[in-house]
Design a protein around this ligand. Structure first.
Ligand code: SAM
Ligand code: DTB
Ligand code: SF4
Length: 330
């Protein structure tokens, strides 16, 4: 049960997924203790470096140009603003900094050159630098790698069949190709999904199954609860139950013992007790800071209190910094 496997069948994953919830949490916890550092949770921070105006039609996304949401679109942020935000995140205990852009795909232009400079800048801080910029080619991935990119986030979002119901402007296969390009450039892969979009259990199992059959497991698996944003086609979706989040997290922990399983979007509506169960079930990372990309998230200080109450430690950095916040202020 606890070895690393690439030959999971959907039936085997379903058997785990449907375990009675207390048994599932227990089994995930056993795997967690064997493969991960117990009591340690990585704090990551997101920054939307280019917001809104996206040509895609992802039904959940407030940044798609075709929906009328309250998101204020802005062009690519300036380098100094990005570095300042990264240093603030670091001061607050973050060890990973993820920059997101509302792009369908990377293009060879000035904006991409500027993003490469930002990657270099953040990589010089004491942080794992991650980007989520849409689809990319192998050449783009190599350029990002050379700039010092540590990880690339590209979610499969759901199982293949359900994907077509929420996005029509690209194919599941396009997502898989991008992940392949990222892996070929030796960049760490962050890929997971969203629950609460109207998918069924088979779709969730299908997502985990596809991720488990990648030639290399993703090093990071984010589990997001849909944030239903007014103006998007999914605005009226009911908030997903915490038991479903726990079920997804625990199954992911068992299938991907070595991956970081990230309790991602949806924490703003969760109590400390609910989040504690997610950590018991194998989640070992959160996004902290008042905003995810465009939607609200708990403040750093609230999470610090939660860590204290639960006796959790933020995961330490593994790199040396070239710049400190005081140097930047000079
Ligand atoms: N445009 C790029 C892309 O789609 O790959 C990168 C940015 S996109 C906003 C990153 C991820 O955020 C999506 O793949 C999706 O999983 C997640 N996301 C977007 N809107 C969300 C929402 N309302 N609730 C939960 N997750 C969401
Ligand atoms: C991921 O899986 N979740 C994060 C990160 N990867 C990029 C994004 C969540 C976005 C939630 C909606 C918003 O804030 O715009
Ligand atoms: Fe665009 Fe990404 Fe939002 Fe889809 S999820 S609309 S690709 S920003």
């Amino acid at each position: 049960m606890t070895e690393i496997r690439h030959n999971w069948t959907k039936e085997e994953i379903a058997k785990i997924y449907y375990l009675p919830i207390m048994e599932l949490i227990y089994q995930a916890s056993v795997v967690h203790r064997k493969y991960q550092v117990t009591g340690e949770v990585q704090v990551c921070t997101l920054l939307s470096i280019k917001t809104g105006g996206c040509p895609e039609d992802c039904a959940y996304c407030p940044q798609a140009a075709r929906y009328h949401t309250n998101v204020e679109a802005h062009k690519l942020l300036e380098y100094d603003e990005v570095i300042t935000k990264a240093l603030i995140a670091k001061e607050n205990g973050a060890t990973r900094f993820c920059m997101g852009a509302a792009w369908r795909n990377i293009r060879d232009n000035k904006d991409f050159d500027n993003v490469l400079t930002m990657v270099k800048g953040v990589a010089n801080l004491e942080l794992e630098v991650c980007c989520t910029l849409g689809m990319l080619t192998e050449e783009h991935a190599k350029k990002l790698k050379d700039a010092g990119l540590y990880a690339y986030n590209h979610n499969l979002d759901s199982g293949e069949e359900f994907y077509e119901e929420i996005i029509s402007t690209r194919k599941y296969e396009d997502r898989l190709n991008t992940i392949n390009h990222v892996q070929n450039a030796d960049i760490s892969v962050c890929s997971g999904g969203i629950i609460g979009m109207g998918e069924n259990d088979d779709d969730r199992i299908g997502l985990l199954y596809t991720l488990s059959t990648l030639k290399k497991h993703p090093e990071s698996v984010p589990v997001n609860a849909l944030v239903a944003v007014k103006g998007t086609p999914l605005e009226n979706m009911k908030r997903v139950s915490v038991w479903e989040m726990i079920r997804m997290i625990a199954t992911a922990r068992i299938i991907f013992p070595k991956a970081m399983v990230r309790l991602s979007a949806g924490r703003n509506e969760m109590s400390i007790e609910e989040q504690a169960l997610c950590f018991m079930a194998g989640a070992n990372s959160i996004f902290a800071g008042e905003k995810l990309l465009t939607t609200p998230n708990p403040e750093f200080d609230d999470d610090k209190k939660m860590f204290e109450i639960l006796g959790l430690r933020p995961r330490k950095v593994y790199k040396k910094a070239d710049v400190t916040i005081s140097q930047l202020a000079d």
